[in-house]
Design a protein around this ligand. Structure first.
Ligand code: ZN
Length: 402
């Protein structure tokens, strides 16, 4: 097999590999951590060799042994020459499907080696979170900008200069006399009354039109980039006014205000934005787990734990499946109906067939994909909370109307 790489992973490359979870062909999927002090990568090679040897023993005498041996040979030849280049190495390989991909992941993935039907992609789903785009809208009366940040880099930026009277005509013309906030405007207010108030309304109409255009562009940007999180910065008054122009969909994506230091520069801004986005993600994960646990205990629209979640998932009741990915759980799978079962089900309750042992975390992504269920991975405190329920839970679809 033609091996190449490893290359630095990109969001696009990961998105291309994730559907391989559902492939009917056999894949060797390898994830190896690269410790910072492993300059020679000998540590990685040793760990990998021992995992491959274990797999070889498990597969010996099975119909998969020959295909595995070929994959193993290609992989071992490849890792001989690999030099450090990232936090963890991911290799997805299938001679049968004609797939070879070796990538450095931006995050640290646990060691994991699997050979079986479909690629094991849970760590790729996790890595993709690193590229979760985040948006910033900075609004002022007379100008605005929209920034989209992906992998801590600005991937899109839109600038707006509004045609607000009093801004562009400074230094001449009628507008200058009424420039809001200037001494002239103050005088005009107290002396002229009506004209100044009319003028103020005129300015407001322009500001409103400008903010409406920004909201429209934001809507387009969200559609284009799949933004799930947006922060707002800028003058308080403009932020408040801007919000009135957001539709429900956009308003739901607003994570809060970002206090931007105007003298901080763009590097500081990007740092602030990615930090705020990570915090928002952690908060959302925690809220999701709290909702699942609370509702599951009352039996109201959620499930938690292996047995109830697997049952609800395969009975098409789950809309969001949540896993704590760090430590996988063992379960069973029926060879006849392919149903995933809790570890105690040695025999399939549906077809009476003897079930086989599987790693549920390896099988669940493909199951979720084929059932069109969203998959969320949680970390940190949210993951710890979910571990009280075997690291798995789900939000149920609303009950069908009668
Ligand atoms: Zn069965």
């Amino acid at each position: 097999m033609q091996t190449s790489g490893p290359v630095k992973a990109s969001a696009e490359a990961l998105r291309g590999l994730i559907p391989l979870a559902r492939s009917p062909q056999q894949f060797l999927s390898v994830y190896m951590q690269v410790p910072a002090n492993d300059d020679t990568m000998n540590g990685l090679r040793l760990r990998l060799a021992s995992r491959l040897e274990n797999l070889a023993q498990e597969l010996a005498g099975t119909p998969l042994a020959k295909a595995f041996t070929e994959e193993r040979r290609a992989l071992e030849g490849f890792v001989k020459s690999v030099r450090p280049g990232g936090s963890s190495l991911a290799i997805i390989s299938s001679k049968e499907a004609g797939v070879w991909s070796a990538m450095w992941l931006p995050n640290s993935a646990e060691d994991h080696v699997r050979f079986g039907r479909g690629a094991y992609i849970l760590p790729l789903v996790d890595a993709l979170d690193e590229w979760e785009p985040v948006g910033l809208v900075e609004v002022h009366k007379d100008k605005a900008r929209i920034l989209v940040l992906e992998a801590d880099r600005v991937s899109e930026s839109h600038h707006f200069e509004a045609d607000v009277p009093g801004k562009n005509r400074v230094g001449g013309g009628a507008g200058a006399r009424y420039r809001p906030g200037s001494i002239g405007a103050e005088a005009q207010h107290s002396a002229g009354g009506g004209a100044a108030a009319r003028y103020e309304r005129h300015v407001q109409t322009h500001v409103d039109q400008h903010l409406k255009e920004v909201a429209h562009e934001l809507d387009e940007t969200v559609r284009r980039t799949n933004l799930r999180r947006i922060f707002v910065a800028g003058a308080v008054e403009s932020r408040t006014q801007f919000r009135t122009h957001l539709n429900h969909e956009l308003a739901a994506k607003l994570m809060g205000d970002l206090p931007v230091n105007p003298r901080g520069g763009d590097a500081a801004l990007i740092g602030q934005l990615s930090q705020a986005s990570r915090q928002a993600e952690r908060d959302q994960e925690l809220a999701l787990i709290q909702e699942i646990v609370t509702r599951a205990e009352k039996n109201q629209g959620a499930v938690a734990g292996i047995a109830p979640t697997l049952a609800a998932l395969q009975d098409r009741q789950v809309r969001t499946l949540v896993l704590a990915p760090e430590t996988s759980q063992e379960g069973r799978q029926c060879p006849a109906c392919e149903r995933l079962l809790p570890p105690e089900d040695i025999v399939c309750p549906r077809c009476d067939a003897k079930t086989r042992r599987v790693n549920l975390w390896e099988e669940l992504p493909a199951a979720a994909m084929s059932l069109d269920v969203a998959l969320e991975l949680v970390h940190g405190q949210a993951a710890s909370d979910l571990w009280a329920y075997e690291g798995i839970g789900g939000l149920l679809k609303p009950p069908a109307a009668h």
